[in-house]
Design a protein around this ligand. Sequence first.
Ligand SMILES: Nc1nc2c([nH]c(=O)n2[C@H]2C[C@H](O)[C@@H](COP(=O)(O)OP(=O)(O)OP(=O)(O)O)O2)c(=O)[nH]1
Ligand SMILES: [Mg+2]
Length: 138
Amino acid sequence: MRILVVTAAIIFVGDKVLITQRNENVHQALKWEFPGGKIEPGESPEECLAREIDEELGLKINVGDIFHVVSHVYEERQVILLCYYCRCQPSKINMSNIQARDCHDFRWVSIAELDDGYDFSPADIPVVEKLKSEFQVP
Ligand SMILES: Nc1nc2c([nH]c(=O)n2[C@H]2C[C@H](O)[C@@H](COP(=O)(O)OP(=O)(O)OP(=O)(O)O)O2)c(=O)[nH]1
Ligand SMILES: [Mg+2]
């Protein structure tokens, strides 16, 4: 089985977090996730994440602290998902100004809206749960 180390960005602007929908015809097609991708040889996780977010969304970010690490075994691959808090550069961005360059769609959602029927990849369920437990207003 292949083991993939994958980075994912938790990007808040105000109280909204960015989620993206995977392309058609890829693993986990059309599932929702936190944007990012596979680490290439020689890259640090932070370098990988900044590159992926620029490639997929045309967005420049600063990568901050680790938020969560999830290991998930799919049928033919294991994904080690490293989720980092990230900040946009500049921090006051126009949220509609993101380009879905290499994803099907994107949304800025509140923590409560994470429950609005978005079909997340299985590896992301613990990430969504942690966001809800850490940020949900009781
Ligand atoms: N980026 C990302 N990948 C995830 C998440 N959850 C999850 O299971 N994955 C899986 C899907 C893929 O099997 C793998 C990484 O996928 P990817 O398609 O984003 O990788 P990439 O951007 O480098 O794309 P490519 O160059 O291989 O086309 O991790 C997530 O939240 N974000
Ligand atoms: Mg990707």
